[in-house]
Design a protein around this ligand. Structure first.
Ligand code: OGA
Ligand code: NI
Length: 364
């Protein structure tokens, strides 16, 4: 159960030595260590998308330009996507395609550096910044089949360039520019989502604490090949705790699945598009009008997979609860107010656990 008043003492060390999954994968094993084997009910059924399955909606930002004839129908489909799926592809997003390719390429190269090069940037649960292989600090917890690199972009005080790779030589520069363009896209998405709620264009941004106080981080995930993909997950089911996530998925290797009702729907990357995830903070703020999406990553035997997630979060010390504009006598506030600093401790301690945090808050 989440604790509203979770102890705030910093978590500074991992409970046990961390081993990079990539090293395990490259050691030539034919069965995966016990720690990575999921309980039966969490194991993925490795089926691939069929044309009968529902597919994640696509939002075309081009249809929201001034004078567009599709304007109101596009806003309506955004509202439906956020209420029913909590995720959509975004096309005509304005992000430089070449930059996205360069970001993918530089991080792919990073993950193929020698292990000791990457280890120099090993992370700790105090800030999670750097190269890591686990989420959550419970001793003996089951682990996921993936490594990652996490870094803070905003607020500026949290940005610690010492934790950013020096190799590949363009990694810092490309990641900074990628972050800038993502920030701009998220600013635009906040406006679009506010309008799709039928509210003022600046509504969500204001509730987040204003554009100058946004939190932003990047998590690049690396999912090595896995000899027994049917037993494990690259990333266990979770909803993203923050505001919005913009994901650049690997365009060659699928793996992301989203939960729709009782089924896990495989997401096929759409060339040139990003995926936008609604996070828990938007579910709380909209009093559940818009819902965060439960999602997970499956791995495979044939190919490694890389993704770049950009997280756009509210000001971290601002208590955030259901907005009065979205609370009515018929729909009283479903969640207590909480700062994002408090909120994200749950995942940082317990690791990915589906939508358990936001759902159990609702029961309070
Ligand atoms: C995440 C995430 C999905 C992916 O980093 O929160 O859900 O496809 N990533 O790697
Ligand atoms: Ni996620």
């Amino acid at each position: 159960m989440p604790k509203r008043h979770m102890e705030q003492q910093p978590i500074s060390e991992w409970p046990e030595p961390v081993v990079a999954v990539q090293l395990i994968a490259e050691s030539g094993i034919s069965s995966i260590p016990e720690r990575y084997v999921k309980p039966l009910e969490d194991r993925p059924a490795l089926v691939y998308a069929t044309c009968r399955e529902p597919t994640v909606p696509v939002v075309d930002l081009g249809k929201l330009s001034v004078g567009s004839l599709d304007y109101s129908s596009e806003l309506r489909s955004i509202a439906d996507a956020c209420a029913e799926w909590g995720i959509f592809h975004v096309a005509n997003h304005g992000v430089d395609a070449e930059l996205a390719r360069a970001a993918m390429a530089t991080w792919r190269e990073f993950f193929h550096l020698p292990a000791d090069e990457k280890q120099k940037l090993a992370n700790s649960p105090a800030t999670y910044e750097g190269y890591g292989s686990r989420l959550g600090v419970e001793e003996g917890a089951a682990l996921d089949w993936g490594d990652y690199f996490f870094l803070h972009l905003l607020p500026c005080e949290l940005k610690n360039l010492e934790k950013w790779p020096m190799q590949p030589s363009n990694c810092r520069e490309v990641t900074e520019e990628y972050g800038r363009q993502m920030l701009k896209l998220c600013g635009a998405l906040m406006k679009v989502l506010s309008m799709s709620l039928g509210l003022d264009v600046g509504f969500l941004q204001e509730k987040f604490g204003g554009e100058d106080n946004i939190g932003a981080c990047i998590r690049v995930s690396f999912y090595p090949k896995c000899p027994q993909p049917e037993l494990t997950l690259g990333l266990s089911a979770h909803s993203d705790p923050g505001g919005l996530t913009v994901l650049l998925p690997d365009d060659r290797v699928p793996g992301l699945q989203v939960r729709k009702g009782d089924t896990w729907v495989p997401v096929q990357p759409l060339p040139g598009a990003f995926l936008v995830f609604i996070g828990d903070q938007i579910q709380v703020l909209t009093n559940s009008a818009y819902r965060s999406v439960d999602h997970r990553v499956v791995v495979n035997e044939a190919a490694e997979r890389i993704s770049i997630a950009f997280f756009y979060n509210p000001r971290s010390d601002l208590p955030l609860g259901p907005a009065r504009e979205l609370v009515t006598p018929e729909r009283p506030p479903l969640y207590p107010a909480m700062t994002f600093n408090e909120y994200r401790l749950y995942m940082r301690k317990k690791g990915p656990r589906g939508k358990s945090q936001v759902e159990s808050l609702q029961a309070v």
